[in-house]
Design a protein around this ligand. Structure first.
Ligand code: UTP
Length: 299
């Protein structure tokens, strides 16, 4: 099988949980430390050999296209001013990647967004990486590489990244029901349960924003009825694959591959703080500042 080098990055969602910040800008463009969220996602994909990247986009999302385009005027002006350090901040513009864009014209859910990629992906396996989730500090994770290896070796229909979450948080996520032996990094999945109550969760392994999928997912998506929130859910389509005899594997994120989900203010604030604290120039001074204000008498 040739390398899996196509990625689909859905960025069409409304980001309502981050209003008013997302009223007129995409949540995927919110900064985490120095970069917008979606830049970390693209850099991660670039490092694992992605060559063609399709954004599933929507109205109000053109700043994402502009961000990955060359800005020759800006580069020229920085060069003329001798600002080499700032120029190097734009080197991502020249990544060896081809960008494609299509619009999800009706927001019918993540599953529907992935289905919009069918004419582009055709009969090839592909990666799906959510545009609002960073994996690992500075996105240095190679999880997708491990997932691609698993996909090839096991001749899987889908491979999903999973993160262990505290047991009292399982109700917020799609949770894996692994087959018996689930202790290793890679495990086969019996079922996926969307947002189970704490006492009914088959594990604490939560779906974590990265997928490697065979093109058979498109038929499954076409046969998937709207589920939670009246949206076509990707997890429901993957369940259908399993029910139809497909093999689906999970790959567990390592401790160093923490998932930073930007979808709500709580996790966005945590992500921003961690990335800012890790900043080479400003991190140490921010740490001191935080310690100082936390210790200050609130009265
Ligand atoms: P979310 O469900 O977190 O995004 O989807 P949302 O719908 O924007 O969030 P809220 O609930 O309104 O706050 C995760 C990823 O899938 C994309 C989003 O852009 C996000 O990157 N997505 C979601 C789509 O592309 N299309 C959809 O219909 C839904």
């Amino acid at each position: 099988m040739s390398d899996i080098n196509i990625a689909v990055v859905p960025v069409a969602g409304m980001g309502t949980r981050l209003l008013p910040a997302t009223k007129s800008q995409p949540k995927e463009m919110l900064p985490v430390g120095r970069k917008p969220v979606v830049q970390y996602v693209v850099e991660e994909l670039n490092r694992v050999g992605v060559e063609r990247l399709l954004f599933i986009t929507g109205s109000g999302k053109t700043s994402i296209e502009n961000h990955f385009d060359l800005n020759l005027e800006l580069t020229q002006s920085l060069r003329e001013d001798g600002k080499e350090d700032l120029l190097s901040e734009l080197s991502y513009e020249r990544a060896n990647l081809q960008y494609f864009y299509t619009r999800q014209r009706q927001l019918l859910g993540l599953g529907h967004a992935v289905l919009c990629a069918e004419p582009f992906v055709g009969n090839n396996p592909f990666i799906v990486a959510l545009g609002d989730s960073i994996i690992g500090m500075h996105a240095e994770s190679k999880i997708v590489e491990t997932m691609k290896d698993c996909f090839r070796e096991k001749k899987a229909d889908a491979v999903i990244a999973f993160e262990e979450v505290p047991e009292d948080e399982v109700f917020q996520y799609g949770i894996a029901k692994p087959k018996k032996n689930s202790n290793g990094v890679v495990f086969e999945i019996d079922d996926l349960i969307e947002k189970p109550p704490v006492d009914e969760a088959p594990s604490n392994l939560a779906v974590a924003a990265r997928y490697v999928l065979s093109p058979s997912i498109f038929d499954a998506l076409k046969n998937t009825k709207p589920g939670a929130g009246n949206e076509i859910q990707l997890t429901d389509a993957i369940r259908l694959l399993i029910q139809n005899g497909g093999t689906v594997y999970g790959v567990r994120l390592k401790k160093s591959e923490k998932r930073y989900d930007i979808g709500n203010f709580g996790s966005y604030f945590r992500a921003f703080t961690e990335f800012a604290l890790a900043d080479k120039n400003f991190g140490p001074e921010l740490r001191e500042y935080l310690q100082q204000i936390i210790n200050e008498d609130p009265s």
